[in-house]
Design a protein around this ligand. Structure first.
Ligand code: NAD
Length: 333
């Protein structure tokens, strides 16, 4: 590359965004990162990192100035505990972020814009059994997502499609299915199931109790995709000429109970699961990767065991460090 292409990553202080900045730097891009906060677990790899609130128009205008491409990851989000308890704030904040960022990108002449949607857009009634049929992209309509988080994602998907049709901005839309890995939130209320399970198993190991709490009966199912595969898929989609929404995830279905046992095996302990009431989300969810394979000529390859091993090792070290330096840990969460 003679002169590096300039790209913007929004949500660059978050889990996927901070990894994506590093990935794009590795590919020779000049990267601006924008977020409300700096990454929590490592210094950013961005050439420029701007602290800004993307709910505000001025923040979006400045963030999208002078860049050719935008990876739009900023969102007010978390795991089921967070999503099921903050409907109004999520819909309000994320709608503002996406309306303003997309329009500012258009006004600043951005050529390519990748919007990160979610498997949470799929209708609740297609996800009511644990042995669920994998979700195809066209299953999104007629729409009936479970939560405000999914509704907002669906509207912003439409917005991206209309910006492409009406203004010629090349938009891409990815629907993530449970991305996990090191350097993601693991405590504090916004953590998602894989990180929460790793933390609980690490605590059970370090405390010697062997007890792990699970929300509900633990028979609810999901598929989980490792961060390295997520980055590769994101990049391939951005470079492709495919503009319709595309699933990005693994298509291996596993129950929460099975995931707990897998992590306990990695930690080298026996655990006793204690089932307690809690938000469980849909009963089952899996990705149909037929279109992903056809469009990108690729699919996620890191095994769940390998991804969970790397994630568990990182989280166990974090839990241990937090116990050794409790003051520093408080400021982290
Ligand atoms: P994350 O919470 O770690 O990162 C999101 C970042 O957006 C955070 O750092 C947050 O501070 C930032 N943000 C929130 N409000 C902002 C604002 N007003 N202005 C600027 N920045 C703001 O989440 P993540 O897991 O990295 O997810 C990235 C994207 O992928 C999100 O859009 C999310 O909805 C989507 N997604 C993630 C998953 C997953 O499994 N992680 C699944 C489906 C969809």
């Amino acid at each position: 590359m003679s002169e590096a292409v300039k790209v913007l990553v929004t949500g660059a202080g978050g889990f996927i965004g901070s990894h994506l900045v590093r990935y794009l730097k590795g590919r020779g891009y000049w990267v601006r990162g924008v977020d409300l906060k700096h990454p929590e677990f490592a210094d950013t790899a961005a050439d420029e990192f701007v602290i800004a609130d993307l709910r505000r128009w001025e923040g979006c205008q400045a963030a999208t100035e002078g860049v050719e491409e935008v990876y739009a990851l900023a969102a007010d989000m978390g795991g089921m505990g967070f999503i099921s308890a903050h409907h109004a704030a999520i819909l309000h904040n994320n709608a503002l972020i996406n309306l303003h960022t997309m329009e500012a990108a258009r006004q600043n002449g951005v050529r390519r814009y990748l919007y990160t949607s979610s498997a949470c857009i799929y209708p609740e009634h297609l996800q009511q059994v644990a042995a669920v049929k994998p979700l195809r992209e066209e299953d999104a309509y007629p729409a009936m997502p479970q939560d405000a988080y999914g509704w907002e994602k669906l509207i912003s998907e439409r917005l991206a499609e209309y910006y492409r049709q009406d203004y010629g901005m090349e938009t891409r839309i990815v629907r993530f299915h449970n991305i996990f890995g090191p350097e993601g939130t693991w405590t504090g209320g916004r953590e998602k199931a894989p990180a929460a399970i790793c933390r609980k198993v690490a605590e059970a190991k370090l405390d010697g109790t062997g007890v792990v709490e699970v929300w509900g009966d633990g028979e609810q199912t999901r598929s989980f995709c490792y961060i390295e595969d997520c980055l590769e898929g994101l990049y391939r989609l951005m470079r492709s000429d495919y503009a319709a929404p595309l699933n990005l995830g693994q298509d291996r279905l596993i129950s929460i109970n099975e995931l707990v046992e897998m992590v306990a095996g990695i930690a080298g302990i026996d655990v006793r699961r204690e089932h307690i009431p809690g938000p469980e989300g849909v009963r089952g969810r899996n990705s149909d990767n037929t279109r992903l394979r056809a469009v990108l000529g690729w699919e996620p390859g890191v095994s769940l065991e390998e991804g969970m091993r790397r994630t568990y090792e990182w989280i166990e070290a974090e839990v241990s460090a937090a116990r050794s330096f409790p003051v520093a840990a408080t400021t982290l969460s």
